[in-house]
Design a protein around this ligand. Structure first.
Ligand code: GUN
Ligand code: ZN
Length: 488
């Protein structure tokens, strides 16, 4: 089994160290896709962009005599001229595009071992989204059979990936992940997600990732196959993905597209270059458009920003504010905003993964009301016992000592003991004019607290910015008094 050490966590994201035959890789990271036939940026240059591991396609090498012979004779690392870790794909992608390939699972596994791949991939079947349940299950069962056969063939040396399939069926993804987990692979790629990303179905992508993760051991390394746009790194990492691969840097460049962490520009529409990488510092937008080597320059810029965003994600994990970064990134496209909302439908699971204390929580918008920390407080209410007279207040007053208990009121949490005010997550930075959703959550939590402690009597000092229909519900409770905001 591979060695994967997790050294830091935030939400379901983590910074890890994956040990391969050609060295240790720090995750999360992106593997630039190397096309063995034509490659504008040489593998030997990839480290300068921040790459620690590359990925290429063993099937492309296998099919071309010249490449196959050199790879068999001198090894994959000599063929590419890169001495760090290299993962190889199996031809499954070609299988999904052309319907067939000229190799069997056994042949391509054997070939990957012979050329000295660090992480090999069996010939899984990438099932398209939205096929019938029966078809998805049938493909998945074939995939699982091939992966088991590959596991028998690979005993040591090369790490073996076990791609999780199951199309868009959440139960199949989870079942597939669980079965593969029982067999034991070194890396778990989540497969066939490219069509989802191409059609901006990020909310479905969230379902696929969360379902597959549920079937895996939480400490297993996960690769999101074909995901290379930096806009979605924060989201995917927060859901527990560790490895990404980018062909996007080169494919987008070929289409004259300039990647940023907020989205993509067509180079011909750029008046300015909003980036400070060596390419963008050395050129104006006009120069870039007209350059004879525009494709190469764009590929380089695209790769720089790809690794820049991954460092941003890692720094956020380190600081404990990955979810804030996710909330920001998910505002760059309406479909990403849907994905954010979908992610927080898994808050219960995220809450189980999330470290209980980190830096200050920043409220970034209505979706923050669904954060795992807020859900955790809702559950903790069951352990809170309150008796006697209770003052609930949102601001300091001189009447605290007239009450047996003082609770602070802060959306989106609700009412919590004032001793916790400086403790995570109650020390959150929140907006002083709370939105509807955060008030909704805060009042629902307060109603729950009152219902759990029905013998206490409550006085709530209201603020005019805290109006919400649920205040009426609280005011209607026998033991609850709402003191209206002072009007001056
Ligand atoms: N590349 C993109 N998606 C896939 C997948 O599902 N399986 C394999 N092997 N390669 C891929
Ligand atoms: Zn740039």
């Amino acid at each position: 089994m591979s060695q994967f050490d997790i050294i830091h966590k935030d939400a379901a994201g983590r910074i890890g160290k994956l040990t391969t035959p050609h060295g240790v890789v720090e995750t999360p990271t992106v593997m630039p896709v190397i096309n063995p036939n034509l490659q504008t940026i040489k593998p030997s240059e990839m480290r300068d962009f921040g790459a620690e591991i590359l990925i290429t396609n063993s099937y492309i090498i296998y099919r071309k005599d010249e490449l196959r012979e050199k790879a068999l004779k001198d090894g994959l690392h000599a063929l590419l001229d890169f001495d760090g870790p290299i993962m190889t794909d199996s031809g499954s992608f070609q299988l999904s595009v052309y319907g067939e390939v000229e190799v069997t699972n056994e042949m391509i596994i054997d070939f990957q071992q012979k050329i000295g791949t660090d992480i090999g991939v069996p010939l899984d079947i990438p099932t398209h989204p939205d096929v019938s349940y029966e078809k998805a299950k049938e493909d998945m069962d074939i995939t699982i059979g091939r992966l088991k056969a590959a596991r028998e063939l690979v005993k040591d040396g090369m790490l073996l990936a076990g791609p999780v399939q199951g199309a868009t069926y959440k139960d199949l993804r989870e079942e597939c992940a669980r079965e593969l987990s029982d067999v034991g692979f070194d890396v778990y790629p989540f497969g066939a997600v490219v069509p989802l990303m191409e059609s901006y179905r990020y909310a479905d992508l969230v379902d696929v990732i969360a379902s597959a993760k549920k079937g895996l051991d939480p400490v297993a390394p996960v690769h999101l196959f074909g995901a290379g746009h930096p806009m979605m790194f924060a989201l995917a990492v927060a859901l527990g993905c560790d490895l990404f691969d980018s062909a996007a840097y080169a494919l987008y460049a070929k289409d004259r597209r300039y990647i940023t962490s907020r989205g993509t520009y067509h180079v011909d529409k750029l008046k300015y270059l909003p980036c400070s990488c060596p390419v963008c510092i050395a050129h104006t937008a006009e120069e870039l458009k007209k350059a004879h080597n525009c494709t190469d320059l764009l590929a380089r810029h695209n790769l720089y920003v790809t690794f820049e965003e991954m460092r941003e994600v890692k720094q956020a994990i380190w600081e404990g504010n990955l979810l804030e970064l996710v909330e920001q990134r998910c505002r760059s496209h309406p479909r990403m905003l849907e994905a954010l909302k979908q992610m927080y439908t898994y808050s219960e699971w995220l809450e189980e993964c999330d470290p209980s204390s980190k830096s200050t929580l920043f409220y970034c918008g209505p979706e923050s009301s669904k954060r795992p920390e807020v859900l955790r407080f809702n559950k903790q209410l069951e352990r809170l016992t309150i008796e006697g007279s209770v003052l609930i207040r949102a601001y300091p007053t001189k009447i605290d000592k007239e009450y047996d208990n003082v609770l602070m009121f802060k959306p989106p949490f609700g009412s919590y003991p004032q001793e916790l005010a400086e403790v995570y997550p109650f020390n959150a930075e929140v907006v002083r004019t709370p939105d509807y959703e955060s008030l909704e959550t805060a009042y629902q939590n307060t109603i729950k607290l009152v219902e759990l402690n029905p013998d206490a009597t409550y006085t709530f000092l209201m603020k005019d910015t805290f109006e919400h229909p649920l205040v009426e519900k609280l005011a209607a409770m026998d033991n609850f008094t709402v003191v209206p905001p002072k009007s001056d």
